[in-house]
Design a protein around this ligand. Structure first.
Ligand SMILES: CC(C)(COP(=O)(O)OP(=O)(O)OC[C@H]1O[C@@H](n2cnc3c(N)ncnc32)[C@H](O)[C@@H]1OP(=O)(O)O)[C@@H](O)C(=O)NCCC(=O)NCCS
Length: 354
């Protein structure tokens, strides 16, 4: 596990590993990392939390719950805006985390993969340890991304060297391929291929950056080399280019809540971070009016003129980042503005998955 999460289990992140010990033995642990993310120009600090575990014989005593409460408090104190948790357990739901966000999922069959035309002058090669700057340059062109330092990139590059003892290379682990046109890097794809006991090979797109046409061509080339039968992946709703190249081969992705995660706002003034987004959605005057409030565990949407009760924190997260604003009752102007403003955009963790 330590090898799979190199930025989480690093000496620099030591303070973010929280544990409970009984008789000098660590019995429960949780780990998080706070990183900035850029979402269409909005910069927020995301606390990503994972590696939650309690020894079997100590489960059900509230240890993970205590660690989670402690982590929320610590992350808030350190200035995090949102808590992102890999996993969808009741434990996280009770802390107010919602299944929200949106992704457009797609699945490519073998015949669809075969229909993707390769570009004659493109080369698709495995990324090496010396390619981290190339990867960083491409990732920086993405409008929605985690901010990664050169150290982060070097740590992530170690993931591409992992091997699984139970599956022969390159199955069961992540690999990164870079597409170049006349030596110019134009896209990268991080893919994870699996081979079932029956020999069926499937592949999952973990992350991509750069020209979507070359992302798709890169996926197709790797899929052909590895005799992949199905490729699964997803795009963010704002990825118009990605959706258009998929539609070019007759594939229409379907919208789903973001898979594998729950998340929650950590501060009541979160809309201040999203103010520019709100300006673009509803105009400056109305954007200034929008805020959220919390009183005795009940959250509300507020405009200058009106307060709209939402419910608990999980419901508020679903309203802010999911589709729940459309379930709120009422038909007045204030609710109409909120329906235009929401959902707030969110991101996919990709390599930053914890
Ligand atoms: C998930 C996991 C970390 C929970 O650890 P834990 O210390 O047992 O967690 P808690 O005791 O706080 O909560 C567990 C359950 O005990 C209950 N509980 C909490 N305090 C309790 C108490 N004082 N007495 C009795 N039960 C209690 C909770 O209601 C909870 O039930 P629920 O989640 O089914 O609703 C643990 O089961 C584990 O290590 N699982 C394997 C690894 C894993 O799946 N990690 C999570 C990845 S997403």
């Amino acid at each position: 596990m330590f090898d799979e999460f190199p930025t989480l289990f690093s000496p620099e992140n030591r303070e973010c590993l929280r544990v409970i010990s009984v008789d000098d033995e660590i019995v429960s642990a949780i780990c998080y990392q706070i990183r900035p993310a850029i979402i269409y120009g909005v910069t927020i600090a995301v606390a990503s939390l994972g590696a939650v575990c309690t020894y079997e014989s100590y489960r059900g005593h509230g240890f993970a719950t205590q660690l989670l409460d402690d982590t929320f408090a610590a992350a808030r104190k350190e200035g995090a805006d949102v808590m992102l948790i890999s996993g969808q357990r009741g434990l996280y739901q009770r802390a107010g985390c919602a299944i929200a966000g949106h992704e457009y999922r797609f699945s490519l069959t073998r015949s669809e993969i075969d229909s993707i035309s390769s570009t004659a002058d493109a080369t698709v090669t495995l990324a090496t340890d010396t390619d981290t700057e190339v990867l960083a340059d491409l990732q920086r062109t993405e409008p929605v991304r985690f901010v990664r330092s050169p150290e982060d990139w070097r740590a992530f590059a170690t993931l591409f060297r992992l091997v699984r003892p139970d599956m022969p290379e390159p199955f069961g682990v992540m690999r990164c391929w870079i597409t170049r046109i006349n030596d110019l890097p134009v896209a990268y794809v991080v893919l994870k291929a699996y081979r079932s006991k029956e020999g069926r090979v499937t592949m999952h797109l973990v992350e991509c950056a750069g020209s979507r046409r070359h992302v798709l061509a890169g996926i197709a080339q790797v899929a052909k080399e590895l005799s992949v039968e199905v490729v699964e992946g997803s795009l963010l709703p704002g990825d118009v280019d990605g959706r258009s190249v998929l539609s070019g081969i007759g594939v229409t992705p379907t919208v789903h809540p973001l898979g594998g995660h729950r998340f929650s706002i950590l501060r009541v003034d979160i809309l201040d971070r999203y103010r520019n987004w709100l300006v673009e959605k509803v105009g400056p005057a109305k954007a200034r009016d929008l805020s959220i409030t919390e009183e005795s565990g009940t959250w509300s949407l507020r405009t200058d003129a009106k307060q709209i009760p939402v419910g608990d924190l999980e419901q508020m997260n679903s309203v802010l980042f999911g589709d729940a604003v459309h379930d709120l009752r009422g038909s007045d102007d204030a609710l109409e503005v909120w329906r235009r403003a929401l959902p707030l955009p969110w991101l996919k963790p990709g390599l930053n998955y914890i």
